[in-house]
Each structure stands twice: as structure tokens, then as C-alpha cells.
Design a protein around this ligand. Structure first.
Ligand SMILES: *[C@@H]1O[C@H](CO)[C@@H](O)[C@H](O)[C@H]1NC(C)=O
Ligand SMILES: *[C@@H]1O[C@H](CO)[C@@H](O)[C@H](O)[C@H]1NC(C)=O
Ligand SMILES: *[C@@H]1O[C@H](CO)[C@@H](O)[C@H](O)[C@H]1NC(C)=O
Length: 503
């Protein structure tokens, strides 16, 4: 027998010994086998809050599926040429063996070194070196080539919803729209007319309630700091309801809205709520797509198997839901935290209950998503938790709803809630399946609703829309320039040079 064969036998022997004698629970985390990935490890992915992931792996190469402890990994980010790096870091424990690390930079740095330590040992390929300049969110430094930016951002080839929305338009005539849209909608609706010209943002508002303009201004300014946008003109509907009710055979006016419906033909953008949560992540204390991932409540078996809902009385079905909850408290815990629309019915649907932190929703296995004025803008956050979502059938949708599959990402319920009790009973009887749906919904949110995806969506929407224009977009009479905020505190030097012959 050759020596090599002998050692093989010895190895097999020891492997078997270990297999039997080392209990799985005592598995040791491996620094070198730790997995680390994500856009926050790349200098060119500029986001308000950059992020990446850590997956804890044991010495046998198995992924952990429960938390090894919140403080397991230590993350340090330094710039070797700066004494002080103004970077706020958070390591969020997702309690499934993985961590979401996010950081917000308050200045631009030449190089960044990201150290990920497991018990003082470098994990995975740590330190990760980002060759700079590494720009912060406030730095005005647009990448001149849209396709280079898209490649840096790893944007998907396309978004089906953009294709669907724009397929209804054969062309876009900015001159005609500038005339007709304010005439048709400008009196009764609140609208913004934007022109992007030479990567600068100009706006004119119509109507009384234009406060929500700040969200649109903010995303446009943020995008134009990162990438050069094509010249284009468009109208944003600042109201809740989508506006364009004409049939595809009639002449449709392109109106950009935050919510779509089965009966309207507006062009859908990510909601102002989701957009703001991306822009303001770590800028303030709030619910966002990252903080929610670290606050998904107890593990599945310990969650309460009652369906949960809190909200305000913005739609008849919500009243029905609360009534149903009163009749079947063993199935549903639904209550209003606010009366606004149906105040006189308080005796029937009250009492009002105290506001519940969104994170506490996830003490419950079953989450009910039911329309408010339009689509309920909480769905992204509900999906990101690890409860299963019961989604009411609805004519209203956000930019990603059409990519969700019933029974795969959520449990469908009828618009009139007629089958809600039955569906809850189904989930109770099929716990494994319900859990699988919960995790598929969560995976969808993790892969499609983070900041990088939202920026890609806006960019690709604007790019595709701009191509449809048949007359030249112009800065119109009465438009004002929306200025980039001055960044006096941490001015940055933009190193980009203009690329010749772009396109
Ligand atoms: C371990 O986790 C990573 C990251 O989520 C995943 O890509 C990989 O497939 C997992 N490996 C196994 C063996 O499940
Ligand atoms: C589950 O939640 C319901 C409604 O909130 C509550 O009445 C019940 O006591 C909870 N069950 C457990 C086991 O905590
Ligand atoms: C809206 O359209 C979707 C997709 O065609 C459909 O599944 C849904 O049932 C419709 N809902 C309503 C309330 O019209």
C-alpha cells in the first residue's frame, strides 16, 4: 500500500471520528471561511448608505442559520492617509447567521480599508481595499457615461414594470406635453413639471399641495450627483391617486406617479416613502429597508400565530378588517391607531390603540397588507421581515408588485377579505409552507428593494423615457433651477474627466 493511500485511510478515519464525536452545537466559527460580499465593498457604488453582508460559516464550511451573537464581527473602516475618518458604521444582526453592515461617509476619501474581524482575526479576505477616490453621497461628481455607471452599480438588464409602462407610449413630445398636461391636470391636481438639461434640474409646480416635491427634488439631485442623466422633460403627480385614465388606444399623457392602478396608465416610480428611506438611511432614526432586517422579532416558532394589523381608517376594507378582528380575536389582532376618515364610527370600530413600533409587528407570524388611500406603502418593509404577508388583492400597485408571485412571496387574500380567516387557518395547518413563503418574500425584498436597486430603477426609467422624446426637451418659462445643496463642510474634489463621444 502506498504512503498516499495510507494517509487517505488515516484521514478518513479521523474524519469519521470527528463526525461522531464533535457535537454540531459546538461548531467553531471560521474566520477564513466567512463569506463577505456586497456593493459596499466597491468604491464605485456610491450610495447614501453603503452596505455589504457577512455570512458566518463554521469550520466545516457550513453556513450558520442562527445568530452567533450580535458582536461576533467587528468592522473598522479607515483611510490610511487620513487621521480621522468620518464614517458611521452599523453592523446589523439579521439573526439568520448573516449580518448586514452599513456605513455612511461624511466626506470623500482617497482609499478605504475595510477590516472585518472575528475575534481579532481577519475574516474572509479582510482587509478589503477600496481604491479611491471613494465619493460620499454629498459629492457632486457625476459619472459621464450612463452605461459605465450602470455596470458599476450592477443594474439589471431591465425592469419589466418599466417596459410595461413605457410600452403604452409610442413617442413623447415634450413641446406638446408642456402645453397639454398643465391644461388637462394642472388646475385640479398637484403636479411638478421637471426638465433635466445638462444634468441640471429645473422645476415648475402646478396646484396647491406641492410639499411632496421635496422627495422628487432629492432623488433627482442625488442621481445627478452620481451619473449624468440624459436631457428630458417629465411631469410628476404629487397626489396619491394615479391620473391617466385614458385607454391605450387614445392619446395617453405620460404622468409619473408613485402608485399605479389597474384602471390607469401612469408611469410608476418607487414610492416617495421607499425613495426617502433610501436617501435618508442612517441620516435619521427611522424605519428603512436595512434597519428592518435587524428587527424581525423572535424566530419563527416563537412568533404568535395571530394575524396582525395596525393603521388608520383610510379605507372601507380596513373597517371590515377591524370588525372581523373583534368577531375573531383568536385569528386576527387588528386595530386602529388613528381615526381620520371615518371619525363618526369610532364607537363601532374603536377603541383606538396605542401606536405599535413597526418592528414589534414581527412578533406575529402573519402580517396583513391592506390598501389605504392607495397601495399600502409598508409592503416593502413587511416583506423584509420574517413573517408571512397576507396581501389583499388590489387594483393598486407599487413599482415591484407585478414581480411578486402569490403563494411564492405572499399569501393572497380577496379584495373584500372574504377568505382571510380561511387563509389564516391554511397557514396554521401548513406551517412549513407558510414559513417558506415568508422567507421567499424576505429574499425578494433583500434582492430587489435595497438602495442600489432603487437608484437603478430611476436611472433606467429616465433613460428609456428620454429615448422616446421626439422634440427637444427645454427649460420652460417659469421653471426654476433646483440647486445642489452646498457641501461647505466637506467639499470634495471630483476627479472624473469628461468622456469624449459619449453614446
Ligand atoms: C451560504 O450562504 C451564502 C450567502 O447567503 C450562500 O450564497 C450560499 O449558497 C450558502 N451556502 C450553502 C451551502 O448553503
Ligand atoms: C397572541 O396574540 C394575541 C393577540 O395579540 C394575544 O391575545 C395572545 O395572548 C397572544 N398569544 C400568546 C401565546 O402570547
Ligand atoms: C388588478 O390586476 C391584476 C393583474 O392583472 C389582477 O391580478 C388583479 O386581480 C386586479 N385586481 C383588481 C382589484 O382589479
Amino acid at each position: 500500500m502506498s504512503l498516499r493511500l495510507v494517509s487517505w485511510f488515516l484521514l478518513l478515519f479521523f474524519l469519521n471520528v470527528f463526525k461522531h464525536e464533535v457535537p454540531a452545537a459546538e461548531s467553531v466559527l471560521s474566520a477564513s471561511k466567512t463569506l463577505v460580499w456586497g456593493p459596499g465593498l466597491e468604491a464605485n457604488v456610491v450610495l447614501p448608505a453603503r452596505f455589504f453582508y457577512i455570512q458566518a460559516v463554521d469550520s466545516s464550511g457550513k453556513n450558520l442559520t442562527t445568530s452567533p451573537g450580535e458582536k461576533t464581527f467587528e468592522v473598522k473602516i479607515v483611510s490610511p492617509v487620513e487621521q480621522f475618518t468620518r464614517i458611521w458604521i452599523q453592523v446589523l444582526d439579521r439573526k439568520d447567521g448573516s449580518f448586514l453592515v452599513r456605513y455612511r461617509m461624511y466626506a470623500t476619501y482617497t482609499d478605504l480599508h475595510i477590516h472585518i474581524l472575528l475575534k481579532n482575526k481577519h475574516a474572509a479576505k479582510s482587509p478589503f481595499i477600496l481604491k479611491g477616490p471613494v465619493y460620499h453621497e454629498g459629492c457632486h461628481c457625476p459619472q459621464p457615461s450612463g452605461s459605465v455607471w450602470e455596470a458599476h452599480m450592477h443594474c439589471p438588464q431591465s425592469f419589466p414594470q418599466i417596459d410595461r409602462d413605457l410600452s403604452l407610449l409610442t413617442s413623447v413630445d415634450p413641446d406638446r406635453n408642456a402645453q397639454e398636461i398643465p391644461q388637462r391636470f394642472g388646475q385640479r391636481q398637484s403636479l411638478c413639471h421637471y426638465t433635466i438639461k445638462d444634468n441640471k434640474v429645473y422645476v415648475k409646480t402646478f396646484g396647491e399641495h406641492v410639499g411632496f416635491r421635496i422627495f422628487m427634488d432629492a432623488i433627482l439631485l442625488s442621481l445627478t450627483r452620481k451619473v449624468r442623466l440624459p436631457d428630458f422633460e417629465f411631469f410628476v403627480n404629487l397626489g396619491d391617486w394615479p391620473l391617466e385614465k385614458r385607454k391605450p388606444t387614445e392619446k395617453i399623457h405620460p404622468i409619473f406617479s408613485w402608485c399605479g392602478s389597474n384602471n390607469t396608465r401612469d408611469i410608476i416610480m418607487p414610492t416617495y416613502d421607499l425613495t426617502e428611506s433610501v436617501l435618508e438611511t442612517m441620516g435619521r432614526v427611522s424605519l428603512d429597508m436595512m434597519s428592518v432586517q435587524a428587527n424581525t422579532g423572535p424566530p419563527w416558532p416563537e412568533k404568535n400565530a395571530t394575524a396582525f394589523w395596525r393603521g388608520r381608517d383610510s379605507r372601507q376594507e380596513r373597517l371590515e378588517l377591524v370588525k372581523l378582528s373583534r368577531a375573531h380575536p383568536d385569528f386576527i389582532d387588528a386595530a386602529f391607531t388613528n381615526f381620520f376618515f371615518f371619525k363618526h364610527d369610532e364607537s363601532l370600530y374603536g377603541p383606538l390603540v396605542k401606536h405599535v413600533s413597526f418592528f414589534d409587528f414581527f412578533k406575529y407570524k402573519y402580517q396583513i397588507n391592506i390598501d389605504g388611500t392607495v397601495a399600502a406603502y409598508r409592503l416593502p418593509y413587511l416583506l423584509a421581515g420574517d413573517s408571512v404577508v397576507f396581501k389583499q388583492d388590489s387594483g393598486y400597485y407599487e413599482h415591484f408588485y407585478n414581480e411578486l408571485q402569490p403563494w411564492e412571496h405572499y399569501i393572497p387574500i380577496k379584495a373584500d377579505l372574504g377568505d382571510l380567516l380561511e387563509k389564516i387557518q391554511w397557514a396554521r395547518d401548513h406551517d412549513e409552507e407558510a414559513k417558506k413563503i415568508a422567507l421567499a418574500g424576505q429574499q425578494f425584498a433583500r434582492s430587489n428593494l435595497m438602495g442600489d436597486s432603487i437608484f437603478c430603477y430611476y436611472y433606467q426609467l429616465f433613460k428609456a423615457y428620454a429615448k422616446l422624446q421626439v422634440t427637444e426637451p427645454k427649460v420652460r418659462k417659469g421653471m426654476e433651477l433646483v440647486e445642489q445643496p452646498a457641501d461647505d463642510l466637506f467639499p470634495c474634489h471630483c476627479h472624473r474627466t469628461m468622456v469624449k463621444d459619449e453614446l
